[in-house]
Write a protein that binds this ligand. Structure first.
Ligand SMILES: Cc1ncc(COP(=O)(O)O)c(C=O)c1O
Length: 385
């Protein structure tokens, strides 16, 4: 078989398994509605723009101001000549927001997990990682020289067994605070407690909690003592792009010296630094939006459960409608699209076999009418079948 045929075969197999992925071309996105090419409008239940900030005038304004002042790019990595003084100002703001000693800004959230974890996993290091952690975490751990062990999802007993048995001198517990595909949460305080007991450190991914959960949207690590590293992204509730690590001064120094994603990658561009700066000013004051979002999420979950849909253990704005087979998830997503609703089918390998789902992400900008339309469409789907 030729090289080209090998890759073609893999793609064909994906198609046969109902797991083929395709890019959709969108004319507009952001907010609660999007337009496909050709201008067909869909209600967007597929976005992580939880507070509706992607088009907020303050973020756009500050992005433009920073562009005018500093240009559109920084031309090199932060260690070479890209470390505009704005970074340190923003890092102080992030540290204050997260209640940490300091912070470090990096390019995307994916890059952060993949390369920070890679830097943490030295020889004789255990990385005990929740089974449902995001692909970026798994990728980072697989790049390490440490020992990767997965514990069953949110199973503190299993985690404790791994920690107790580990002969490694350094141990990390790695978890998300809000799980991206299930919308359930981890018990960050309990993880910290176990870490203290077994002399381990804790790494928490707050991608879906930052801006949405905790007092003033500070996430679930803010009040939990004993979290050594909280990472989060600016690509979800923060409305733009980029990521942060909230950590100690010593850890910041270590990462500046050992994290390839910081050392070998061009610094985040000024327009993004501007958008991040504006979002940091706005987000703590958005309690009303957060309360509305979480309230709507609870009501939607209740209604879905009443209609007989399983939403798993979701407790947040991420609400899976778990249907089982890949074909069923695809069929439901297609049906919803006919009803002018965008909610993606999520299939293995992203989720476990037999747990394919349509994933609904609510945002503060969804109206009651949007949610009502989703529910009535799902009701018709149930009735038909
Ligand atoms: C839990 C989690 N961590 C990290 C990331 C990556 O973040 P980014 O989109 O900023 O690369 C995602 C993205 O979906 C995520 O869900």
């Amino acid at each position: 078989m030729s090289t080209a045929q090998i890759y073609q075969l893999a793609t064909t197999e994906r198609k046969q398994q109902n797991r083929f992925r395709e890019l959709r071309s969108l004319a507009t996105t952001g907010g609660a509605e999007i337009s496909l090419d050709g201008d067909r409008k869909l209600i967007n239940f597929a976005s992580n723009d939880y507070l509706g900030l992607t088009k907020h005038h303050e973020l756009k304004k500050r992005a433009i101001e920073f562009t005018e002042k500093y240009g559109v790019g920084l031309g090199s990595s932060r260690l070479v000549s890209g470390n505009l003084n704005v970074f340190e100002k923003l890092e102080r703001k992030v540290a204050q927001f997260k209640g940490s000693k300091t912070a470090l800004l990096l390019p995307s959230g994916y890059q952060t997990n993949a390369t920070v974890l890679a830097a943490l996993g030295r020889k004789r290091t255990l990385l005990a990682s929740d089974h449902e952690n995001h692909n970026s975490i798994t990728t980072g751990i697989q790049l390490t020289q440490g020992e990767w062990q997965r514990y069953s999802h949110n199973d503190l007993g299993h985690l404790e067994t791994l920690l107790r048995k580990s002969p490694d001198s350094t141990k990390w517990i790695v978890s998300e605070s809000v799980f991206s595909m299930d919308g359930d949460v981890s018990d960050v305080s309990a993880l910290s407690h176990l870490a203290t007991k077994y002399d381990a450190a804790v790494y928490i991914d707050e991608a879906h909690a930052t801006g949405v959960l905790g007092a003033e949207g500070r996430g679930l690590c803010y009040d939990a003592n004993g979290v050594d590293i909280a990472m989060g992204t600016f690509s979800k509730a923060f409305g733009s792009f980029g990521a942060y690590i909230a950590c100690s001064n010593e850890m910041r120094h270590y990462l500046i010296n050992f994290c390839a994603g910081l050392i070998y990658s061009t610094a985040l561009p000024p327009p993004l630094l501007g958008a991040i700066d504006a979002a940091l000013d706005l987000i703590p004051s958005m309690n009303e939006e957060r309360a509305r979002l979480l309230d709507k999420s609870e009501t939607l979950r209740d209604q879905l459960n009443k209609l007989g849909f399983s939403t798993g253990n979701s407790k947040t704005q991420i609400i899976p409608i778990i249907v089982g087979t890949d074909a069923e998830a695809l069929s439901l997503a297609r049906y919803l699209e006919e009803c002018a609703i965008l909610a993606p089918a999520i299939r293995p390998p992203t989720v476990r076999d037999g747990e394919a789902r349509v994933r609904v992400s609510l945002t503060a900008v969804h109206t009651d009418d949007h949610i009502e339309h989703l529910l009535s469409s799902l009701k018709r789907w149930k009735a038909s079948g």
